[in-house]
Design a protein around this ligand. Sequence first.
Ligand code: TNX
Length: 750
Amino acid sequence: MQLKRTLIIYAAAVVLAACEAPREVAEVEVIPYPQSVVAGRGTVKLPSSLTFSADMPQAELNDLLAYLPDYALPMKPDGKDAFVQIIEVGENLLDSASAEGYKLSVDKQGVRIQAATAAGAFYGLQTLAQLARGKDELPVLTVEDAPRFPYRGLHLDVSRHFFDKEHVKKQIDLIATYKMNRLHWHLTDGGGWRLEIPGYPELTQVAAWRKPANYLEWRKDGRFYPQDTEGVYGGYYTADDVREVVEYARLRHVTVIPEIEMPGHSSEVLAVYPQLSCTGKPYTSGEVCIGNEDTFTFFEDVLDEVMRLFPSHYIHIGGDEASRRHWKACPKCQRRMREEGLKDESQLQSYMIARIERYLNGKGRDIIGWDEILEGGLAPNATVMSWRSTEAGIRAASMRHDAIMTPEDYFYLDRYQDDPETQPLAFGSTIPLAAVYSYDLPDTLSPAVEKHIIGVQGNTWAEYIPTPEHAEYMIYPRAMAIAEVGWTQPAHKDAENFRHRVNREVRHIEGMGYHPFPLSVQVLHAQEVDYNNRCIRLSLTSERYPIDIRYTTDGTEPTAVSALYEGEFVVKDSLLLAARLFDGDKPLGKTLHLRTDYHKAIGKTITYAKRGGYYTAKASYMAGGDAGLVDGKRGGKSYADGYWQGFCPNDLDATIDLGEVTDIHRVVACFMQVKSPNVFLPAQVDVYVSVDGKNFTLLGSDTCPEEEAAKEVAYVDLGWTGAPVPARFVRFHAKQRMKQFLFTDEIVVQ
Ligand code: TNX
């Protein structure tokens, strides 16, 4: 059933009630959106003091009672006449295929929540609390709901910066209200070891504390763990802390999955146990020595304690980003490879992962690992967490392994979420809320593959997240979008409707004491190139709702009386747009200055010189391939949005054939700089033209202003503008400044 876009207001519903057929209600303000909402007639008053009864096993009722003080809707247990009746009906009585499903009906008698399990009842209660928020009555309706995926997770990195147990519990409490059910706790990494382990006191006495507090500064200083404790920053969780968090999560139907990183990302272990490194010295590598039996003793001891503390069936063992350099040079590792018949170092890594997997399988647990565990032979029972792409997860699913999708271009919460020039320093690209929300699996998957894709997760890597408030700023509202991607079937997702709900939700959680990103105050734009009609359709939107967008096209600043944006622009040649958000008379954010050109190179042939071609190892950096720089499509604020073409380590050196000799007066491309992930502006741009394709003349060179090159984030137009010259061929050569990444989105020729 498609979600209706029309807003059916209650008055209308009552007037139309003459015809008895049930209707869908649009815009119930619930995140994640339920699979089915059917409106009844009228509304029911909420009693001033709410009572409930629950027909469920005593142990589950006790859990519910333990949770209730934190439930958003105060309720008291009562007997038969309770307003809210919770009935656990057993697995087979609901239509839903999922044990987490529920059916919630509101009628004159009150509210009835039927569920197959305690989790389903819990989710029914979450829907009820959101429906009732700020209201004194409820609409008569029936919600039937169940999740799309069984695994809906949030990951917290507590190594690079440490966040105490209260912070962790606070996030668990909120994500559970969005029906997320996994917390992936990244407990160990080079930034600090965070879990107390009996018999290994140095892990938490030394490798959990550092100076200075800020991870980036500490990394720059050489990442040493001081022996003295004066003025150090850090922390760890005791066994009791872990038990408290695990129990708190259990009451909210969240499973806490611990991660112990190996064989890479382990420099903190080697700082205190250097004998486990290939060199035997601390601070020489991040990878443990796989040739050394003591390495296995260490991790098995650690995992024994992990299994004592965490009931989770799955234990995450990391497996990502291990350099193979040290193993190559290490006699012990090489001996292991010979003895085990391993062909290369990637098989050596697989040997370790498979051996640890056997150990955990022997104790009734299964492993999850990052998608690198696909290389060199996948451990037989492993679940793959696919972070570098969606494809890796699909590959795992095709091999009948379960996969969890955490693609870095959609679900990495350490990335910017808005124009980087307006944001605190973050890691690399920009993933705005709408991009997170847009995530889906390709629709070409066979059911046999799709059933192995068990869910989605947002990852909060903390290199750039120094405080708990900042963690919340990066997590919300994007986690709400991930919750909806994980729960709601694609047919019931609706980006515009989500935008409305998320505005309310952000204001609500601010009121609860969270620190979400308050939603962007920038004008956002999208373009569609219509090659047949030779025009670009340009539309504007905003994360904020409700809000006005006002604009000018004459180069002046928009004011509170400028034209109100009401629909797309159709650009046949050039449009110089200035647009800004207004809350009534009050301007918000920055003015968007956007030049849109249906220019002469659109749809023309482009060829790249040998050392001037683009980077092909990542699909989103190809901007659609050869046509990417002459397709009329301009990028947004993120080099990973599929419109920016990347060059590494090559220059950009390309020639466009305009098909016939024509006068041109402007050849310009916009370049992006984001230093943290090594994206740099070019040093220089040269523009040449030719009428015959053989003899080229240099029209002009442009160099990047030093003050722009010094910025962390910058967008700079470089090229040539001048009196018209005849040309058929245009050669555009942008020279690398750092031999890292260059990114541009379009070569505009006019
Ligand atoms: C890659 S994702 C990592 C992390 C970093 C992250 C930063 C993954 C399995 N490894 O160690 O924190 O990038 O975005």
